[in-house]
Design a protein around this ligand. Structure first.
Ligand SMILES: Cc1cc2nc3c(=O)[nH]c(=O)nc-3n(C[C@H](O)[C@H](O)[C@H](O)COP(=O)(O)OP(=O)(O)OC[C@H]3O[C@@H](n4cnc5c(N)ncnc54)[C@H](O)[C@@H]3O)c2cc1C
Length: 338
């Protein structure tokens, strides 16, 4: 296997939202650590923020050799131009072999701009990353052709090798408080903070307050729900189980529920303990977002529906008959009145 120069390591683009470190930063830092150990190279994680709720050293416990901190009040609101320029400067300075970012809205916005500025390639929305044992290249795997095949992409010539990874793709290992690394503060000229974007204000999108990716139980509805107001059944069930409500793209396209609830290839990847698929057929694109759930309960009137192939518990019948009975059963067991 080709060994890398320690300085030509991994750079992970960290993400901080409203001062909170996004879990995808821990996920990608620990994945980069595993891959970097194959090559004997370093992992650096970059944080750009105005305020943060976590000590940057925490990332060392998850595998970073160094944490690069760019703290500036002008970073309080996400600005693609500014964030891209800073990432670009850092890449030029530390010359990483590989750059990883979460496939969140900001990662998906910054990384293509930076790849274009640097004249290199980018594989977006990866679901697996490995190191090629012969060449030491990053093997970047992602669904292609509408999710029907998995394509593994390499970047043999251009540098750095760049990929975004869908949050919750990799498990986050337990932190190792004994790991040692360094935290480096970096400063940039005013010119880096110049932008054509003039923010007028910042308003939090209510639906994002409940991120289904953080829920242990998700009750998702599909086209079988028939109407927007029928989603109240799923909200009731989810509420009883302290879960969140998800949806197929068909339900979102019908405007029965907002996009932030969509599960699947072009929505969110979720890995809850229990996933209810209600009136969802189980297309490959939907499965791409939920197949790592620990337990899948499918409710569908079509015994041939593909969702039953991945379901641990399959209830075949009319959802408008089954879901109220499930709700009733939970209420009776828990002594909750309706
Ligand atoms: C590039 C691309 C990206 C995509 N991304 C996504 C994505 O992120 N997420 C996603 O979900 N899809 C995605 N899709 C769309 C996907 O191909 C399917 O069209 C979609 O998942 C179908 O949604 P559905 O299962 O709700 O609807 P349908 O396939 O129409 O299934 C409805 C199901 O409800 C059942 N049903 C109907 N009435 C009842 C009843 N009364 N009781 C019980 N069961 C009932 C039916 O038997 C059927 O199985 C994508 C497609 C493409 C091409």
């Amino acid at each position: 296997m080709r060994r890398g120069s320690p300085s030509k390591g991994f750079l992970v683009l960290g993400e901080i939202r409203s001062g909170c470190l996004h879990s995808a930063t821990l996920e990608l830092t620990s994945k980069a650590r595993l891959l970097a150990d194959n090559l004997g190279i370093e992992v650096s994680t970059l944080l750009m923020y105005s305020e943060i709720d976590t000590e940057p050293e925490t990332l060392v416990h998850y595998g970073a050799d160094r944490v690069l901190c760019v703290r500036d009040d002008r970073l309080s609101l996400f600005d693609q131009e500014v964030h891209s320029k800073i990432l670009c400067r850092i890449i030029e300075e530390i010359d990483p072999e590989m750059v990883l970012a979460p496939a969140t809205t900001s990662g998906r916005t910054i990384m293509p701009a930076v790849a274009a500025m640097l004249g290199t390639g980018l594989t977006a929305d990866c679901t697996e990353l490995e190191i090629d044992p012969d060449t030491g290249l990053l093997l970047q795997t992602r669904p292609a052709i509408g999710g029907n095949i998995m394509a593994t992409i390499k970047t043999p010539e251009r540098r750095p090798q760049m990929a975004t990874v869908r949050p919750r793709t990799f498990a986050i290992p337990a932190p190792n408080p004994d790991r040692r690394g360094r935290v480096t503060a970096m400063t940039f000229t005013d010119q880096c903070f110049e932008s054509r974007i003039k923010p007028l204000g910042h308003e939090r999108f209510q639906e994002d307050d409940v991120n289904i990716q953080d829920r242990d139980i998700i009750v998702s509805g599909g086209k079988g729900m028939k109407k927007e107001d029928k989603f109240s059944l799923l909200r009731e069930l989810a509420g009883l189980l302290d879960g969140g409500v998800g949806a197929s793209r068909a339900a979102v396209d019908n405007k029965w529920i907002g996009y932030s609830h969509q599960v699947g290839l072009s929505g969110k990847v979720v890995a809850p303990k229990v996933y209810f698929a209600v009136g969802i057929s189980g297309s490959v694109q939907h499965l791409a977002g939920m197949q790592t759930a620990e337990l899948v309960v499918a409710i569908n009137k079509d015994p041939e529906a593909p969702i039953f192939r991945v379901a641990d518990i399959g209830l075949c019948g009319d959802l408008f008959d089954i879901v109220p009975r499930v709700i009733e059963g939970i209420r009776a067991r828990e002594g909750v009145s309706g």
